[in-house]
Design a protein around this ligand. Sequence first.
Ligand code: HEC
Ligand code: HEC
Ligand code: HEC
Ligand code: HEC
Ligand code: HEC
Ligand code: HEC
Length: 297
Amino acid sequence: MYLRAGGGRIIVLLFLAGLILTGVAVAQVNNGDVSCYHCHPKQVNEFEKSVHFNKNISCTDCHGGDIKINGTVISINVMTKDFGGSPSKLNLTTFCSKCHAQVTAKYETSIHWEKVREGRTGSASCIDCHGLHNILSSKNQDSLTHLENIPLLCANCHENQTKMQAWYYGIKTDRFDTYKKSYHYKSYLSGGNVLATCSDCHENHDTRSEDEPGSAINPANLPATCGKTGCHPGANNVYVYGGKIHEEQSVTLFFIDVKSLVTYFYIIMILFELTFTFGLIFLGITSGLDIRRKNHD
Ligand code: HEC
Ligand code: HEC
Ligand code: HEC
Ligand code: HEC
Ligand code: HEC
Ligand code: HEC
């Protein structure tokens, strides 16, 4: 009896020793993350699959804080020294610019950043396009910015009338649909080996409106945009290349995207029907009361 209990105890002790040893080993490999793992396993697990892992980057490079483990005690103190917490959408770029200064500078000339600065939190920031703790290299097929995933990434916002606030701004929300009908996408589907995707024409980071002089899709710059190596070198006929990119144009009525009207029509219809139904129920109840009161009298 006693011996068996002792054996059990030894096994438990060995198990614990194993745990401590592997714990130490983990601590040596990715020292920084362990003190956060204790309370934020989800973020650490994601981070360990990301492009940033094993590049001598730790949680504290972005968030600040003190990751020195005090003996074996992991405490909330890790989040005190210089801890920056979660950035706002407006401060987010300061996290990335430490190491990606050039890309950030480009992004900060884009319409996406301009709208973030104006307080439109629905506009695109670094993490909307790249993910957060799970950022992958674009070469990885699972990356949001992998060539074949880009149309869906952009469509997520650009086909969404509510996100684009199309009603107020007259923004086209048929970009994915019209792109799918375009020569570029069709030729790719039928076996062409080059996919000209949204960001090839609109740039990855300094995406701008058609009417801005610096925009890649400004008519004056189309020859250069279409003429990129591997595309249509020497392109100079703006009419040919600038004409039917998004095969069909948006149907607009007084600068309002007609497609967006459908959404608003349904919202108004649903509100109307709800008011009507509840109104009837309310009338039913109150008139029922009335009749009963009259019967009492
Ligand atoms: C002892 C547990 C514990 C440890 C260790 C810990 N955290 Fe936290 N962390 C918390 C709690 C609790 C919150 C608050 C959660 C909430 O507000 O929902 C939090 C919140 C955060 C937030 C969000 C703050 C905000 O402004 O919303 C960030 C970022 C964060 N932790 C990063 C870290 C990093 C990086 C480390 C390692 C250096 C770390 N934490 C270690 C418990 C911990
Ligand atoms: C490349 C920069 C970067 C690194 C490295 C990083 N974070 Fe974050 N983290 C962010 C940003 C940016 C946000 C804010 C996200 C938002 O606004 O939605 C954030 C948010 C958080 C939050 C708040 C909850 C959430 O998920 O939005 C926690 C907790 C957190 N990070 C923990 C960690 C931990 C733990 C590590 C290390 C494994 C880590 N972070 C590494 C950039 C980073
Ligand atoms: C402490 C420095 C550091 C910070 C902060 C940082 N990165 Fe990185 N990032 C790197 C390094 C190093 C690589 C790997 C480069 C390589 O493999 O060539 C990388 C790679 C990337 C890649 C993949 C590039 C590719 O090859 O396709 C993306 C996307 C990226 N980072 C986005 C971000 C974003 C978004 C932020 C802010 C939330 C950020 N990074 C913050 C250092 C950093
Ligand atoms: C509108 C979407 C979008 C936004 C916003 C965005 N990116 Fe990108 N990013 C992309 C795309 C698309 C690629 C290119 C993928 C490829 O290689 O085809 C890319 C590429 C990158 C790369 C790889 C190297 C390079 O120079 O191309 C890094 C690093 C990067 N982005 C970081 C950032 C950072 C940091 C921010 C914020 C300051 C940011 N991105 C904002 C879509 C975006
Ligand atoms: C998180 C949402 C989001 C994502 C993802 C996104 N965008 Fe945007 N985009 C916006 C918003 C919001 C605007 C601002 C619209 C406005 O108010 O003019 C905008 C504006 C634009 C404009 C200028 C449109 C105009 O009418 O002036 C272009 C071009 C554009 N985006 C292309 C892209 C491309 C290409 C991608 C993918 C690489 C992309 N966007 C990804 C939200 C997004
Ligand atoms: C082959 C190049 C090309 C591709 C691929 C492409 N676009 Fe465009 N895009 C253009 C050109 C040129 C214009 C301006 C003329 C027009 O409206 O058709 C434009 C216009 C736009 C506008 C309106 C910009 C403004 O200032 O009014 C948005 C938003 C947009 N595209 C988003 C997208 C999205 C999202 C995708 C991918 C699903 C995409 N584009 C794919 C070339 C392209």
